[in-house]
Write a protein that binds this ligand. Structure first.
Ligand SMILES: [Zn+2]
Length: 327
């Protein structure tokens, strides 16, 4: 995210306050190295100050702040974020390949930002260049933004799967999060869920390097099958299943313990007495279904395609829910 230390509109402490309000665990300050739009008014000789100010302000909060920099070049290579940098000042290097190498020397995690950005790619496709391939082969590009702010790229998701890049989604916020994502009206900022063992920078970086992420974007969840399906299985379950009196119809509640809604399409052998095949379970909500089984069974399974989840372009994972009705 950006602040007045590059081309953002607010001070670093506001980023921390916004994150606190939204219960975001971790943020990274990623000021542009090469683009400081307020530099005549706010000189910024030390490129770590945005991180330091945010870190001081985040003391005694749950918000963890990571030091980063946005390498801001024309295409190729375009823009990239290096996060977990130790000294952003040492990244002020002209040669683009050498900047990436210095970020690597500092053991940063480096990812390609908005590869589909129309300012650098008018057709919003990804202008993959030999420079990008070289960066990937040298381990200097480890992830890719499939989501940036209010944009999403199918090609980015496919590129992540093809080149084993970590799937990321960021706000890249310059203005005010509440305004940009209409949070007071039920919106949410794009976030990357990182499946880290501990809430520490080293554990977080390890999980990012292993590709253990799911992106939450406009109430959709985007990630590798092995990360996304366990997440959905941990969110959805059935309870209070019972046969309706003198019938072979099972009344059951599906519950959702997540902040995201789920839109499901029934692809089971059984269908419903009350509903069509597609329905939504609200965040922290439940959905009552009457399922026509045709006989009395102690248990059965239902299969649902999760329409607001993506494991590849236009590919929705299928989950199975076990139901054990009472007679
Ligand atoms: Zn950028």
């Amino acid at each position: 995210m950006h602040t007045i230390f590059s081309d953002g509109s607010v001070a670093p402490n506001i980023r921390v306050t916004e994150a606190k309000k939204d219960h975001v665990d971790v943020i990274a300050t990623t000021e542009h190295l090469e683009y400081q739009s307020w530099k005549d008014d706010i000189p910024n000789p030390d490129r770590n100050r945005s991180f330091q100010i945010a870190t001081d302000f985040a003391k005694n909060t749950e918000v963890m702040v990571i030091n980063g920099s946005e390498i801001t070049r024309s295409m190729p290579p375009g823009h990239a974020n290096a996060i977990f940098v130790k000294d952003a000042n040492k990244l002020l290097i002209d040669d683009p390949m050498k900047v990436f190498k210095e970020a690597r020397r500092q053991d940063a995690f480096i990812f390609w930002n908005h590869p589909h950005w129309i300012s650098q790619s008018p057709d919003a496709e990804i202008p993959l260049d030999t420079m990008h391939i070289n960066l990937m082969e040298q381990g200097l590009l480890e992830g890719i933004e499939v989501v940036n702010d209010t944009t999403y790229s199918d090609e980015g998701l496919q590129l992540a799967l093809d080149h084993n890049l970590t799937i990321l989604g960021t706000s890249d916020i310059h203005g005010i999060v509440d305004w940009q994502y209409k949070i007071p009206f039920g919106g949410h900022r794009p976030v990357t869920l990182v499946f880290a063992i501990e809430k520490t920078p080293s554990s977080l970086k390890h999980a990012l390097r292993k590709g253990r992420t799911v992106v939450w974007y406009q109430d959709n969840l985007i990630g590798r099958h092995e990360n996304l399906v366990p997440l959905i299985n941990a969110c959805l379950s059935s309870k209070d299943a019972v046969y309706i009196k003198n019938s072979t119809v099972v009344n059951v509640k599906l519950t959702n313990n997540a902040d995201a809604p789920y839109t499901l399409r029934n692809i089971s052998r059984y269908n419903f007495y009350t509903d069509v095949d597609v329905f939504t379970i609200n965040p922290h909500g439940e959905k009552i279904l009457d399922i026509k089984i045709g006989e009395k069974k102690r248990k059965f399974t239902m299969q649902f395609e999760v329409l607001n989840a993506l494991t590849a372009p236009a590919t929705h994972p299928v989950i199975t829910i076990l139901i054990k009705p009472k007679f």
